[in-house]
Design a protein around this ligand. Sequence first.
Ligand code: SAM
Ligand code: SF4
Ligand code: SF4
Length: 338
Amino acid sequence: MLADQLGRGLDDLRISVTDRCNFRCTYCMPREQFGPDHAFLPRASLLTFEEITRVVRVAAGVGVTKIRLPGGEPLLRRDLHRLVAAVTAVDGITDVAMTTNGVLLPAALDDLVGAGLRRVTVSLDALDQATFAAMADVKVAVDAVTGAIDAALDAGLVVKVNTVVKRGVNEGEILALAEFGRERGISVRFIEFMDVGHTNGWDVTHVVPAEEVVATIAAAHPLSPVVRPGAGPGATAVADRYAYDDGAGEVGVIASVTRPFCRTCVRARLSAVGELFTCLFATRGHDLRAVLRSGADDAELDAELRRIWTGRADRYSELRTLGQAQPEDRVEMSYIGG
Ligand code: SAM
Ligand code: SF4
Ligand code: SF4
């Protein structure tokens, strides 16, 4: 297995297909920073679907089995289903999923399912309209997102929901969202608000610890931790899972701030312009587009991937917990994907 400096393999590649978004979530793309004057990436600079597929093919050769397509908002990239079809067909790739805010999902479902998509994660931070609007900062009805979730379920997709919890804004929605998941048998994963990028005004006081989320839900619906077969050293899932004792499915928490999981982090991220980031909190990526466009063959691309991964020693969240993280000019999440 290809291993980095801390013995971690590379299993999961997240590919941002655009840095644009139709939402302005305050924790991700605050409107003051991503307003009309913001310079988004010029379309010609984006990797083509052929280039992305080539990276995926070579990445599969060094161990990647999982691909996720986030953004920005991935469904703003035209004909995304063509990329889904190409990536699904790559030998060694066993899992292709997408993360979306849901608004454009219903119209794209037929094409995506036809292309082989089986799983989707929809982000939803509140059911209450005013709270939803306070998080997403858009004039979109929350029903558009809940409707997209139901449409995806009707289309036969496995659906998960991602909820970022921000102290003082949407913590009052935790139970309602858990119930939304219980009614549909889908897993809602509550994510601790993270200090990604440098524009979202993060402060540790905005973080609602995952433990508090679990306690809030368990007070209404008793829960038991799900012990995964093979969990423990070597396990790589980021969510801590809990099953409802009454059999109504599962709920998850992603405790990236209070219980960092760097030791098992097997993820890399490819930005829309082809920079490979080996950590969500990296300040700099490795320019794979330059390699792709230099006429390099697959063996050279393979060597470059191996060189990058074997040199990796990232563990930002662990260092944050130890009080040793450097507040550098971190890359934005909408740029490298979630
Ligand atoms: N636009 C899509 C969406 O929102 O689902 C995909 C991209 S978004 C960057 C991917 C995930 O990152 C979303 O679930 C979002 O809630 C999460 N996210 C963004 N900023 C975050 C932050 N500061 N802390 C924790 N999660 C964050
Ligand atoms: Fe857009 Fe997703 Fe970021 Fe919200 S979290 S601004 S929907 S990219
Ligand atoms: Fe992985 Fe970096 Fe997050 Fe740690 S901080 S879990 S190394 S992406």
